[in-house]
Design a protein around this ligand. Structure first.
Ligand code: F6P
Length: 405
């Protein structure tokens, strides 16, 4: 069968909007089918052409004509390399740059008239994620000479310059707008027969969870006493289990570990973090905190049954929709837990492995999303403390495995 014709993909978006992750996702997935995809990143060319320090925000100031000229030259090198790639072995060339001004996109189109160009605009308006992404960028080698606060400030100034010249790519003949946090297509205008678009569109809206290890904290003081809520520590047995978890994952790189803000998940992560200093980024998200049991905090189930029989009965009748007075229920915590998952996936980008250490109710909610369980059954999913769920969810593979550690 003849190969479809070739395609340029031009990313559009402010820095830290998830453009490079989208580019990597397209490359990695299409290459599995022998489609040759090259990524042409302006930042890489910049670092190659100007080995000195280009992290200075003034380099991105549109009023700095000398730097602007240099950035045009960098873009031109990138266009030429992308074009050369498609004229030889390449099938798809991804131009991974901000491309936020109309003028820049016109230059791009003028340089690359020989194949269609799909513009993918990446949008993420979430201020918290932006702040977290900026913190991650601030740790990049190019900011090595700066303190963390200086690096963040420098990056925020850089974003500000791009924001100032941002013109939505409305003029692009083939355009898809993507909400990169939710993998949601916000709008699209695509010519009939645009090569590879069916594949790419499906990818853009698919999860890309290469390996998620979903762990529950090990035995806690409250677990032993069958109590809910509180903020107890792990027992001695629980600490041993935590070391067992860490040993089990020796040899598996875990660039990101996410926990709740509660002591028992932090202690569960401790041995893992202790043995992976400098190799793992840890985020403690309140979105992953255990169900808030409100007025029942620090009570045992038996005590709730004895002192609040009406609550106990109501919960037994409809556990999913029951809401603890002054607290939460499964139904009401769903939104924040899913948001935690989205945040974790967004921040970990195209990482091969990530881990979430959560709690019984939280992990049930996370699992329910992958298992398509009926809501009424979610509060009963079995969540052991000596096993973890290995989850893969991509366009081509769904895996769900309960494994002992
Ligand atoms: O018992 C441990 C625990 O994590 C409690 O903190 C929490 O209230 C409970 O599990 C959630 O499980 P269930 O909804 O079955 O009570």
């Amino acid at each position: 069968m003849a190969r479809p014709s070739k395609l340029y993909i031009a990313m559009v978006g402010l820095p830290a909007m998830g453009k490079s992750t989208v580019g990597a996702k397209i490359k990695e997935n299409l290459e599995k089918d022998d489609i040759k995809v090259g990524i042409f990143n302006n930042g890489d060319v910049r670092r190659r052409m100007i080995p000195g320090n280009t992290s200075n925000p003034d380099f991105y100031n549109p009023a700095n004509t000398q730097a602007a000229g240099l950035r045009e030259r960098i873009a031109a090198v990138n266009f030429a390399e992308a074009k050369a790639y498609l004229s030889t072995e390449g099938d798809i060339a991804i131009l991974d740059a901000t491309n936020v001004s109309r003028k820049r996109r016109e230059t791009l189109r003028a340089h690359l008239p020989n194949h269609p160009i799909l513009f993918i605009e990446c949008i993420n308006d979430d201020p918290e994620l932006l702040a977290l992404s900026i913190a991650r960028k601030a740790r990049l080698p190019e900011f090595a000479g700066l303190s963390e606060a200086e690096a963040k400030k420098s990056f925020v100034t850089r974003i500000g310059y791009y924001r100032h010249i941002y013109e939505p790519p409305d003029e692009a003949p083939d355009l898809v707008r993507l909400d990169t946090l939710n993998n949601r297509i916000l709008s699209e205008r695509i010519s009939a027969g645009l090569p590879y678009y069916g594949r790419i569109r499906d990818l853009l809206m698919s999860d890309w969870i290469k390996n998620l290890f979903l762990v529950r904290h090990a035995e806690s003081e409250y677990n032993v006493r069958d109590m809910v809520g509180g903020n107890s520590s792990l027992t001695d047995k629980g600490r041993k289990q935590a070391w067992g978890l860490s040993r089990h994952f020796i040899g598996t790189p875990l660039p990101y570990i996410f926990t709740s803000t509660l002591t028992r998940t932090l202690e569960m992560a401790e041995p893992l973090l202790e043995t992976r200093k400098g190799q793992t980024t840890h985020h403690a998200f309140p979105e992953f905190d255990e169900i808030d049991v409100g007025e029942c905090d620090s009570m045992s189930y038996a005590e709730i049954e004895r002192t609040r029989p009406e609550l106990f009965a109501a919960r037994t009748r409809n556990k999913y929709n029951f809401v603890y007075p002054g607290g939460e229920g499964y139904a009401t915590m769903a939104g924040r837990v899913y948001r935690g998952v989205k945040k974790a996936l967004y921040l970990s980008g195209n990482s091969e492995y990530i881990m979430i250490i959560g709690h019984q109710a939280v992990n049930r909610m996370i699992l329910s999303d992958f298992l398509f369980r009926r809501a009424e059954d979610v509060p009963y999913i079995f969540i052991p403390q000596d096993k973890y769920f290995h989850i893969v969810s991509t366009q081509t593979k769904k895996l769900f495995e309960l494994r002992k550690f």
